[in-house]
Write a protein that binds this ligand. Structure first.
Ligand SMILES: [Zn+2]
Length: 255
């Protein structure tokens, strides 16, 4: 199968190709329908779910579906509902994209998707992982990520080639760049949580160089250790434990 033109620098790890392709196709469809010259960052996920994707969208009390339900995708009814208990912007946006992933990829598997307190079956776990990967690829598509990385370098008066090389090697300088410049900028520009940004960067590699990961694996834990309290709660949610995102301390970030 010929590779789709994701980007010129990065490609997803092999296991992520399918979800990256699906997310990119959907994004391109939205861009064309809206007659946009390029895909904006952050991706207007909740707006695009309604138009041009034509899926009903709402924020509602989902407690009747279960204590820990953050979002639900009603495939047959073409409706996505997000819990009104989510106050963390990154968590809200990721949940929207996750449910969209179920809607587009999993219509053959079930009519309704939502997180439950019950332990998921093996197949359900795989579908949840796939929806998470779709969400990351949809909110941080590779070509847009590349474009924004160049913009970050320009804004910070950093040399692009130097940074791209430096970021991929596990040095003190590289960790400093990630921690103080690139992670916060990616979070702000894409409207994602720190965890989502770290996982996405960890899952990209240089084109045709399987061993060159964009973010060195060893940084993952080091960078995550300093996650904020809402971030840590969200990480527990994403690992299937029933924790509802607490309020974001500094208020929602405006786009
Ligand atoms: Zn799900």
């Amino acid at each position: 199968m010929p590779a789709e033109p994701f980007g010129t620098i990065f490609e997803p790890k092999p296991g992520l190709l399918r979800t990256d392709r699906a997310a990119w196709r959907c994004l391109q469809g939205c861009r064309e329908a809206l007659l946009l010259a390029s895909i904006p960052a952050p991706i207007p996920i909740d707006r695009w779910i309604e138009h041009p994707l034509g899926i009903s969208f709402g924020v509602a009390d989902l407690s009747h579906l279960g204590e820990a339900v953050l979002g639900a995708a009603f495939v047959r009814d073409q409706e996505i509902l997000i819990s009104d208990r989510i106050t963390h912007e990154g968590c809200f946006r990721f949940t929207c994209a996750h449910e969209l992933g179920h809607m587009l990829l999993h219509r053959r598997h079930a009519e309704v998707f939502h997180e439950t307190l019950e332990l998921p079956s093996l197949q359900a776990t795989q579908l949840e992982r796939q929806a998470d990967r779709f969400a990351a690829a949809f909110l941080m598509p590779i070509p847009v990520l590349e474009r924004e990385l160049v913009e970050i370098c320009r804004e910070e008066a950093l040399d692009v080639d130097y940074c791209l090389t430096e970021l991929m090697i596990p040095t003190v300088r590289s960790e400093w760049l990630w921690r103080t410049i690139f992670l916060p900028q990616i979070m702000r520009r894409f409207g994602v949580s720190q965890t989502a940004a770290i996982i996405r960067c960890r899952d990209l590699r240089l084109i045709n160089q399987p061993t060159r990961e964009f973010m060195p694996i060893r940084f993952e834990n080091a960078l995550r250790e300093r996650a904020t309290a809402p971030e840590q709660a969200w990480m527990r949610v994403r690992h299937g434990r029933p924790v509802v995102c607490p309020p974001e301390p500094r208020g929602r970030q405006e786009e």
